[in-house]
Each structure stands twice: as C-alpha cells, then as structure tokens.
Design a protein around this ligand. Structure first.
Ligand code: ATP
Length: 871
C-alpha cells in the first residue's frame, strides 16, 4: 500500500495519484528507516577539497618563503651550514604553523556550515513532523511553503499558487509556476511543471510533494553543481592587509637589495656576513605572518559568535556586524518570545478574558459565553498541530496558530472533528489574511483569519468604526489582534475576490506575546553602544508601539505605518527614518526602502528578516540577519548571519563579538608592524652606520622564528575589552592603517632602537665581550616584544588593572614558552654554539627586564595622554 518511488523523469499516472490519496499519511517511521538504509542520506557528495599534502605545499607559496629559500641556497653555497640550517628551520616552522592555522580556520568554518543544515516538514505515521533534510527518503511526502528550499526531487501532489525559482538548475531567475498536471514525457527539465527540484527555492504558494529522488540521484546531484565550494577565509580587512603585506614585502626586498649594494660597495663588508645580515633584515621586516594570524582571529570570532547563537554565513559580515550603527529588527520572536497565548476575545456578544498557560487547551473563559463559532474558525483556518509530550503541550507549526488551537480547545472538544480541507489561501505578509475552505458535517464553510483592518473590510453588515476601535483598544494593551470571519456560501474552491464583502464577522482575539527579558537588556546595551534599534513589524501600530515601549526603544511613541511610508518619497523618508523607531503594518518591500533610506543617512544597517520577500532587504543591508528557527531558507541564503535562536539578544552579542574581532585584528596589526619595524631597524641602522651588529643576523632569524607568530597569535584570542559596548560604532570607511597606527609604529620602533642600542652600548662600555653584548641586546628585544604585547592588549583602556595583568591563558602560555626558549639559547651550551650567545649575569638580566618596564611605562603614559586628549 505504500507508494514506491517513481523515476524522476516519468510522469505519474492518474492511478498513481489515487494511490497517493490513499497514503496521504506518509511513510511509517520504520519504513522510512529501511529506505534510509537502502538509499543513503539525502546529501550531495562532498565538494572536492584540497588534500593535506596540497594544502601543505601551498604554504610555500609566499614571498618570504621564496626569500628564505634563496637565502638558504646562497648560504649553502657559501658553506655557512649553521645559517642554512636555521633558515631552513624558519621555512619549515612557517609552513607548519601556516598549515595548522589554516586547517583550524577551515574546520571552524565547516563546523559552522554544518549548523545551518536545512530541515524539512514531512508526513510520517500520519502526522506532520520536522526532520533533518538528510533523513528524507524516496516516498516521503514533504510539505513546502514560500521561502522553503526544496529538499529533494519531488513530484507535486498538491499545489496552491506554487512557483519555484530554479536558477541553480536552469539559469533562469524568473520563478516558474508549478502544478500537479502531468507534462509530456520528453519535456525539458525547465518545463516539467509537475516536478520540484532539489536545491531550488519556493518563491510563493504551498505544496505537497512526493520524494522521488534524494542525494546524488537528484538532478542537482547528477550535474554535481552547487556543491558548497570552500568559502574563502577572507574579509575586506584581511584582503586589504594581504595586499598591503605583499606591497610592503616587495618594497622591503627592494630596500634589502639596495642595502646589500650599499654595504658591499660603499662599506666594503664581507659578502657572506653582509648577505646573511640583509636576509635577517628582510625576514624581520616582512609581515609574513600577518594575514595568517588575522585569519585565525576571524575564525575564533566566528566560533565565539556561533557559541552566542549567531552563525556567520559570509565571513565579511563579521566586520560589518561590528560596525553597525542601526539595527532594524522584527518584533515577533526576536524582541518577543513568540510563545503566544490567547488572552482576550471580543465578539458581538461581549468581551471575554481567557486564562491558561502555554499551549495546553485548558483554561477558563470569563464570563462564560458561546464562543464556539469563533473557536471553530480559529481551529479550521489553521495549519498547526498541538502535541502532548511528557505532560507538556508543544506546537508543531506557527506558534500563533498553536495558541489559537489551544484557545479553541478551551472552548470546545475537538473543534476540527469531521472537517476535511478542500482549499486554502495561505497566509501571505502582503495580504495579511488566511482562508480555508472545509467540508464538515454542517456543509462547506470558508473560515478566514487575519489582520483586523483587512478582514473587517471583507465582512458584511458590521459597524466598521466600532470594531476598528475595539481592535485598537486590544492592540494598545500590547496584544496581537486577529479578526475571524466565515462564509458558508462556498463552491469547491476559494476565489479571493468572491470573499470581499461576503464574510460574516465572528470576533476578535487578542494574543499575548511578551517581550523577551534578555531582549530588553540587549536593547539597552545597544543604545549604550551608540546603536539605534528600530522595530519593523507587520503587526498593528498599537501593538507595535506597546511592545516598543516595553523593550525600551528610544522613541516608541511615534509609529510610521506601511501605508504612510508609501506616501513619502525617498528624500522625505530619509528624513523621517532618523527619528522614527517603530514601523508597523509594513510589508517586506518596505524593508528595502528603509535600509536604503538609512544608508542614505550614512548609517551602517543591520536588518533582520525571515520571509522569502525579505531577501532583497537582507542583501542590501550592511549586515543581513536571518532567523534560524522561523526563517525561510530563502532568507537564510540571502543573509550574512543567521540567528540560531531568533533572539534579539544574539544580535547584540554578535555586535559585541564583531567589535572584539575587529579590535583583535587591529591589535594583531598594531603589534606586528612596530615589532617588525623595530627589529629590522636595529640591523639596518648598524649596517648603515657601520657599527658592529647589536644582534646578529642569525639571532634575528631566531627571534622571528619564536616570536613572530606565537606572540601575535595570542592577540587573536583576546577577550572583549571592558567598555567595548560603551563606545560608539566605528566608522565603516575608517582605514585601519590610520595616522594613529603610523605614529605608534614610529614611536615603538624608535623606543626599540634606543633600548637595544642602549643595552648594547652599556655592555660594550662595561668591557663585556661582543657575544655577551649581543645576547643581552637580543634578550632586550624579546622582553620589549612581550611588554609591547601586554600594552596592545588594551588599546582602549588602561593596561594597569588586575584583569589586564592577569591576561589570558594563551598569553601566559606563549610568554612562558618564549621565556623558556630564551633561557635555553642564553644558558644552554650547545645552543650558545649555534646562535653565538653567552650566559647573561643575573643583574644584567634584571636590568633587561627593567628596560622592558620602562618602555612599557613610556608607551602606557603616551596612550593615557592620547586617550585623555581624544575624550
Ligand atoms: P514581525 O515578525 O515582522 O515582527 P509579524 O510576525 O507580526 O511581524 P507578519 O507575519 O507579517 O508580521 O504578520 C502581519 C499580520 O498578519 C499580523 O499582525 C496578523 O494580523 C496577520 N497574520 C500573521 N500571521 C497570520 C496567519 N498565519 N494567519 C492569518 N493572519 C496572520
């Protein structure tokens, strides 16, 4: 009796459709399991990603590595084996570290992608169920609505106003209408109107479909298209730094060439010594590790956001979300809980209060009255189902409809008994009502529910003004208001036009949807962070204003409705959006206009959305945010960010993480560039002036090997600085390579020079051997780098707090590791032989740390003066 899968190309016969009628309950779960074992999961074969060997080899494709390999060859030819060995060690270490970092970053992104696995609504064991898209099997009956992504190849069994966008298969972006009617057996793919193809998007209507092919057997699986290519681990900032690093490297190489010529022809240094020193300069100056460390910082940010329920779909969004200056948010489910309860009803007979909690169909109605007609309409014009699980009532489907079912259950037992659905007009945010035609014991009835303004207009013989006022009064209490109506004059199909003016008004219901407490806190946090929060809702103006006041928007009193918005031209709208925070009765098209108007005011906009029609606004926004729970696949695909819990608080958390990531990227850059400049200047100055090198070339290579990547990496893990959400948003167009950064590079490089030459001169003056003086200078450089790291950790506040000193585990881990390494090369005799070092006396060691403290004091005081001036 169970339907077996048909070939996706064959056309179903009438008999087949009859068979389908008889199995409308879908597969049994045991049969589904059996078929899953037989056909395998409904997943496309994995995109071919680069294997580890190719990824490792790719690490050598880098200017610095080329320079180092050339240097290794030259030093080898000169038979300076120690130098060659150290250089090759640096090459290998760079490649290994790059390889591990990149692997981690890619794994982080892949894990995040897995969190966005689509789900599908199917009929199993006679009931509607939401399952993982991968668990679909041929023979399953899938329920689809506008905004859904088709999860497998389906034969359409039932279609209402159905259209799908099949661009990924056919290249055609205009949606194609779909029907149940068979088409010619030889019809081309794009003409098979009775099929829905996996991976395409439903743009309108609703459908039931029979799965005929899953996984690799689907059309999209056959052409092997769409496969999620490896997402580039790049943001505008990383790309900018990548570009910058490449040019800087070339410039450094050019300079190194000139230095070599100058040293050889003018200063007459011995070539092999000079050559290795110049290589040291180049290696010290090239910020080779920068893009890699920045990528790590991004990957860590992506993971931190995911932990806070904000899933990044496109990496650049991580920068965008940190810079937003206005957040436009939906109301239902984002600012509110979307756990609805019908609290009030009003019919021509009177006003009723309804008690009870959650979705349990148990509660009191006061005063007692006859609400049967209202309750039946609420239950029939409804796609949701209530389930009792472990003593707890849950809703499958839209929470508002669940609440209506619970309400109906409080009024009467089994309000849907005997009713069979013949036709329906699904809810659409544009027309704001839903109609269902059913046949029951008392004949045919069309039940309608929707926004009061819309439904009241369709009713006959009513006092419009009175009922508008009543709806308004309910809305002012913060209740979401619906009007219900019906007509018994019905044929076998619903004709939307014939409903106008024909309905009998049944009553109003008011639903409570309380604000989320954490959303109230998050709105306050955003306001403190200089971010304006605006509510854009399809709900009634009164309800919107009441909820806006409850969550604490800046200006909840003034509401602009969609209709008023339509009357404004773009320039007027741009003026209005500056002060209005609540937009009610809007349709998705308005969102696009609002984003554009806000952007015209120079604001950086985050916009939330869930429906298929929200996609253009999400794409246009600087950060498009889709709802993970109630959002459509279409919205998710258009978004940069998906909220796993639909909660506004997660947006605020994402902003905080976004700001943290940006700060950390800035910290990585602000640490690396001055460090590189300082290191290389030490050697350059000595070469130009003809001094003895205060640090040998091999020692410079060593310092680069151990500090270059390790210390920088620690900054990628920095937690959010206190006060991050008390600062106004940064300007989107502000370049990270700012005047302030140039000043910092210059200051730190100069202080490095002064300290290193100071210690070196001090040692020489005391009559220490050159090797010891060089060892002291090298250790000074490392100490300075560590102090610089502690300084950079707090670019917006003081570093002189207990929290700042305590640092993170990773900071201390690298500091301990590097200190141990420095002790080893300073005191361990075989290491001394390789690096030409000598044991440093205790008091001189203390002096070196003292120099670090003095350096720290100078830059910290400079920062405090700068921060003080800018306030
Ligand atoms: P948002 O999520 O944007 O804050 P919303 O969920 O209130 O807003 P819509 O879903 O566009 O916005 O709903 C707009 C109006 O349409 C609602 O206020 C309600 O009156 C009506 N409505 C919503 N859902 C249904 C439905 N399933 N059936 C009938 N009417 C509905």
């Amino acid at each position: 009796m169970l339907l077996t899968p048909t070939d996706p190309h064959s056309q179903p016969t009438e008999r087949c459709l009859v068979a389908v009628e008889s199995v409308l309950g879908g597969l049994t779960s045991t049969e589904a399991e059996r078929r899953l074992a037989q056909h395998g999961p409904n997943r496309l074969p994995k995109a071919h990603s680069r294997g580890p060997v190719r990824r490792f080899v790719a690490q050598f494709h880098n200017v610095l590595i080329y320079v180092l390999i050339a240097a290794a060859v030259v030093t080898g030819a000169l038979q300076h084996w120690v130098d060659t060995g150290v250089i090759l060690a640096v090459v290998l270490a760079n490649a290994v570290i790059g390889f591990i970092q990149e692997g981690k970053a890619e794994a982080a992104m892949a894990a995040i992608r897995g969190m966005l696995a689509p789900r599908a609504a199917v009929l199993r064991d006679g009931a509607r169920l939401s399952v993982d898209g991968a668990d679909l099997v041929p023979g399953d009956i899938v329920l689809l609505e506008a905004g859904d992504k088709v999860p497998a190849d389906l034969r359409v069994l039932e279609a209402r106003g159905l259209a799908a966008q099949e661009a990924i298969l056919t290249g055609e972006s205009v949606p194609v209408e779909k029907t149940v009617d068979p088409v010619a057996p030889d019809a081309a793919l794009g003409d098979r109107r009775s099929m829905l193809w996996s991976g395409t998007l439903i743009t309108q209507g609703t459908a039931r479909g029979l799965v005929v092919a899953t996984g690799a057997a689907t059309e999209i699986g056959r052409i092997g298209g769409l496969l999620a290519g490896v997402e580039q681990l790049k943001t505008p900032l990383v790309a900018q730094m990548d570009h910058f690093a490449r040019w800087l490297s070339l410039l450094i190489l050019l300079f190194a060439g000139l230095l070599l010529a100058y040293g050889y022809y003018v200063r007459h240094y011995e070539f092999s010594e000079l050559f290795i020193a110049v290589v040291g300069v180049a290696v010290a100056a090239i910020p080779e590790g920068l893009p890699a460390v920045m990528t790590i910082a991004l990957a860590i940010g992506v993971q931190a956001m995911a932990r806070r329920n904000a899933i990044i779909r496109r990496l650049p969004a991580i920068e965008a979300i940190g810079s937003v200056s206005v957040i436009c948010t939906d109301k239902t489910g984002t600012l509110t809980r979307n756990e609805m309860v019908v609290a009030a009803a009003e019919t021509p007979e009177g006003v009723f209060e309804i008690s009870g909690e959650g979705y349990a169909p148990e509660g009191e109605i006061t005063p007692a009255g006859s609400l049967e007609d209202l309750a039946r309409a609420a239950a029939l014009c409804n796609d949701a189902e209530l389930r009792l699980r472990d003593g707890h009532w849950t809703v499958e489907g839209d929470p508002m409809e669940g609440a209506l079912l619970a309400f109906a259950g409080k009024v009467m037992k089994d309000p849907r008994t005997g009713a069979r659905r013949l036709d329906a007009i699904p809810f659409d945010a544009r027309h704001r009502y839903m109609a269902v035609l059913t046949e029951g014991p008392e004949g045919r009835v069309t039940s309608v529910k929707g926004a009061p303004e819309r439904v009241l207009r369709m009713c006959r013989d009513i006092d419009l003004k009175h009922w508008h006022d009543r709806a308004e009064a309910l809305a002012r209490r913060g209740l979401r208001v619906l009007a219900l109506a019906e007509t018994t004059e019905a044929s076998g199909k619903i004709d939307a036009n014939s409903l106008e003016g024909q309905l009998v008004f049944l009553g109003l219901v008011g639903l409570i949807d309380p604000p989320r407490p954490e959303a109230i806190a998050a709105v306050a946090e955003c306001r403190a962070a200089g971010i304006r929060v605006k509510m854009i809702t399809g709900d009634h103006a009164g309800t919107a204003a009441a909820i806006a006041a409850q969550v604490g928007l800046a200006n909840p009193g003034r509401v602009l409705t969609g209709a008023e918005l339509d009357k404004l031209d773009d320039a007027q709208l741009a003026l209005e959006v500056a002060s209005v925070d609540v937009f009610a009765r809007t349709s998705p098209e308005h969102k696009l206009r609002l984003v554009t108007a806000l952007q015209a005011n120079g604001l950086s906009v985050a916009m939330t959305g869930d429906g298929v029609n929200d996609a253009p606004a999400l794409k246009r926004a600087d950060a498009g945010i889709a709802m993970g729970l109630k959002g459509s696949e279409a919205a998710k695909e258009a978004a940069d960010l998906v909220l796993a819990d639909d909660n506004f608080a997660s947006i605020a958390a994402a902003v905080r993480e976004g700001r943290t990531v940006y700060d950390n990227l800035k910290k990585v850059i602000s640490w690396t560039l001055p460090t590189n400049a300082g290191e290389s200047m030490v050697v350059i100055l000595a070469l130009l002036a003809g001094f003895a090198l205060p640090i040998t070339a091999i020692q410079i290579l060593w310092i680069n090997l151990i500090t270059g990547i390790t210390l920088g990496i620690a900054l990628a893990f920095e937690p959010t600085e206190t006060g991050t959400m008390a600062r106004p948003p940064r300007r989107r167009d502000a370049s990270i390579l700012s005047g302030e950064l140039v000043w910092h590079v210059a200051l730190v490089a100069l202080l490095f020079l002064a300290a290193v030459f100071g210690i070196f001169t001090y040692a020489i003056d005391r009559g220490y051997p050159l090797e010891l003086a060089q060892t002291m200078a090298m250790n000074t450089l490392v100490v300075l780098e560590i102090f610089h790291l502690f300084f950079i950790r707090n670019i917006h506040g003081t570093s002189l707090t207990w929290a700042a000193a305590r640092g993170t585990k990773i900071v201390w881990a690298v500091v301990v590791a590097i200190t141990a390494a420095q002790f080893a090369v300073t005191y361990f005799i075989p290491a001394q032989a390789i690096l030409g070092t000598r044991a440093v006396p205790l008091w001189d060691g203390i002096l070196i740390v003292g120099v670090g403290v003095a350096f720290f004091a100078v830059i910290e005081i400079e920062k405090q003066i700068r921060l003080g001036l800018s306030q």
